[in-house]
Write a protein that binds this ligand. Sequence first.
Ligand code: PMT
Length: 223
Amino acid sequence: FQTGVLDGLRVTITAGPTREAIDPVRYISNHSSGKMGYALAEACAEAGARVTLISGPTQLPTPAHVTRIDINSAQDLLAAALEQPGDIFIGAAAVADYRPQSIAQQKLKKQGDATDEMTLQLVRNPDIIATMASLSNAPFCVGFAAETENLLAYARSKLTRKKLKLVIANDVSRTDIGFNSDENAVTLVTASGEETLNTRSKRQLARDLVARIADAYQQDRAK
Ligand code: PMT
């Protein structure tokens, strides 16, 4: 039995990469390991929440007291999220913005000689967190912004454009933090201000983020 700042709340967290199939053996993906999202799931469960972790393919064990739903594509992720919106929705997954327009039924084969070129037609994926934040009964939505430049400006534009309550801005141009590292440093961006949490383990950062997310959630509900 646990008590804490998220007691009795349902929290849904997305984590890891998505895989967008090209053919039966190939896909488009990214470097997300899932570590940040899994650390958040663990910290939310420790804080007393009922946690659903919607996870792309990762190598990580499921944290204790967390219900995990495995997905591959962004479209699968959206379907799972709509079934479990939670009271608080945290989007830590690195969702592919585009997917191949069609998935080849058979393995694609090389054509012609060595000068042959291939073009993949891509179409936009749904924006999962923006969809969740626009529901009539929307959960309290917390997004990440993974950027290699103009970090805070892009984070702030995601806050308003996607109708998020809080954006966790992540500088992914650095190799010591962000994708696949054990540590991270972020800036929290809200409508009223910014707060920087400098480098620490993702596990510790997750606990520090959960305290702030719980605060922001309670303040929002009190409005
Ligand atoms: O998994 P790790 O190796 O631990 O790395 C952690 C991380 C760098 C992946 C993580 O901290 C992080 O920043 N995750 C968000 C990555 C991302 O896709 O950022 P974005 O700026 O492209 O997206 C902004 C927000 O919209 C995110 O909350 C994302 O989950 C969400 N999104 C994006 C696209 C899309 N189609 N649907 C979404 O819901």
